[in-house]
Design a protein around this ligand. Sequence first.
Ligand SMILES: [Mn+2]
Length: 433
Amino acid sequence: MPESDHMIRNKVSLEAVIGMAKKRLFEEPRKYPITVVHHNDADGLSSAYILKNVFEREGFKTQFCCSERTYLRVFDEVFRQASGPVVVADLGATKEQQIKKISQGRLTIIIDHHKSGTPGGLMELDLIDDNFFVINSCNHGISGDDMASASTLSYAFAKEISLENKELAHIALVGAIGDRNHDNEEIGYQFKPDGYDMRAFADTDNTKFEFGKYHIMLNREWNDAEELAKQVVTLGSIGYLKGGPEFCLNKFFEKDHDDSEVEKRVGELTAKQLEAYDKAKKRIRENKGVISEDDIMYFDVGDVFAGMGTKTIGDFCEDLMGNATKEGLIDTAKYLMGGQTIEIASVFGKPINVPKEGEWVKVSIRASYELISDINEGRSLQIDELVSLGNPNYCDGCHERKGATVILKKAVPSCLELFQEKIKEFKKSKGIH
Ligand SMILES: [Mn+2]
């Protein structure tokens, strides 16, 4: 690409990238399906549903791959097995350079609102070319945490393709609410007044804000968007390997959304989840899989969450901090770390191992109230700092008071020791013993 062109592209607006990606997509023959690789939460599933409808209306066939994280192994397999363009939703930003490499010039469009994994930001490295587009609010100064969701960006892309797609606003709202719910406790279910999300839904007739809540029109009635987002999360996480994502794409968001079928599915999954929670608590009570350090309480859940997505371990840790504190199951002054073995994911029905070799554990990390006050007062490490010191290769998506990482199963004890060491060093540096 000539230098002048490079300069122009470095300065393009979000709208311009969306326009360029659309133009390039329409040059593709309709011969091969578009593969949509998407996250399994409400934001990722809403995005996928929007893209499915938009692409199919334009005469493309579609196929889907639902992933819990940006696993390069999943992308390897998608590009190996599929022939058409690949569109990534609510994933990808942290590993855009590697994905570009894997794509080998195949048309790829990443729609994400997570921070770019490219140091200094994407635009400086000229990652965008005629076959690779990144539609990411963060690259244009719009925060993905509280201003824009992936489903709002997917919706913007949909509207660029045809204004008719405005009728998908309500689906985008469910995704946007889902992300607000989980990532941003202070803001709660509200959108920032001048955010990208807020503006997207300002002028749509199937969404409304009333009595402090967002509502969407689905199945000829107004529904509480928060409630729908929670149901989608259950289907996508607890039902991750049990057809939950497919149900969302083919039934849940459809106009003839059947409340009784949804209630039945979500009810069954929730019952299974609670049953598994009880079993996991029993393991902790019996001290099975528990490792205690001075400032860390670690436990693993064995196989009791089998078939459920790894989001389950994070939710379980939250539950422990609430209920189990009363039962004395956890030490509220320690970092709580829960481990769930990462299972095989499937790409187009074919099971694959993620990450590449060995058994890996997803470890969710939480701080209970005593520890939170220590963190707030600077007497103990924030969780994102702890992970970046103790397991720096796997620290994406961590916050100050909650986080997660992945660890090779056999390396868990040594990794915990390293975490403990880092906590000790920090305390020593602050003169705390
Ligand atoms: Mn998201």
